[in-house]
Design a protein around this ligand. Structure first.
Ligand code: SF4
Length: 203
């Protein structure tokens, strides 16, 4: 098992065990993430309406699946928290079991026959549109381009720490409870810490 698998397993175990033993925390975080979950539903509905056809043809029928062909996709700690909140214990156990098995292919470890094993996939994956898909669907459609740009802007309100954002709050919640994870990039990445510092959010 490599370091990537190990850090993913640790994050999933840490979050799921903590939320199982602290139901009031689970309730608080469910409420805290409500607006973000609505945003994710909005993105999913946009992608399903405009991209599902081309993505199915290009990636699944031709077996390219370029979006999921990287072995170590970036997952934020907040991605893990939200996915644990929306998943059953059994679904998280299955994810962990799968992470313990050797990944013999050149695809993402989370990619299964029927798609991603996450119930609510990482934000980086959800909002990745390859050049070909973007060009085919949006090149001559300024309305769609505008809508996508709005969704990208909204995404920043949850993830980009030049203001207080959900992804930072979720990490802080677990840090206060005594946990640390290498996936807590909003508290450890020099680049993101600089963004927070510039915005006056930290010294
Ligand atoms: S986490 Fe899921 S969506 Fe993201 S690259 Fe892996 S299989 Fe694809």
């Amino acid at each position: 098992m490599n370091a990537y698998h190990q850090e993913q397993i640790e994050a999933f175990k840490m979050v799921s065990r903590h939320l199982e033993s602290h139901p009031s925390d689970r309730r608080d975080l469910w409420a805290l993430t409500a607006d973000y979950r609505r945003f994710r539903a909005e993105v999913a509905s946009f992608l399903s309406a405009h991209f599902s056809k081309i993505c199915t043809q290009t990636c699944y029928q031709n077996r390219l699946s370029a979006c999921c062909s990287r072995e170590g996709i970036i997952t934020f700690f907040a991605d893990v928290v939200v996915n644990v909140l929306v998943s059953s214990s059994r679904q998280i156990e299955d994810l962990i079991t799968h992470l313990r098995e050797p990944n013999t292919g050149f695809k993402c470890v989370y990619l299964a026959e029927n798609g991603c094993r996450w119930k609510l996939k990482p934000i980086v994956c959800e909002m990745f549109l390859c050049d070909r898909a973007q060009h085919t669907v949006m090149a001559d459609n300024p309305n769609l381009l505008g809508h996508w740009a709005q969704l990208e802007e909204k995404r920043k309100r949850y993830t980009w720490p030049d203001q207080p954002v959900l992804f930072d709050k979720l990490e802080a919640h677990f840090i206060t409870a005594g946990f640390r994870s290498t996936l807590m990039y909003l508290h450890t990445s020099p680049g993101l810490l600089k963004v927070k510092q510039k915005a006056g959010l930290i010294d």
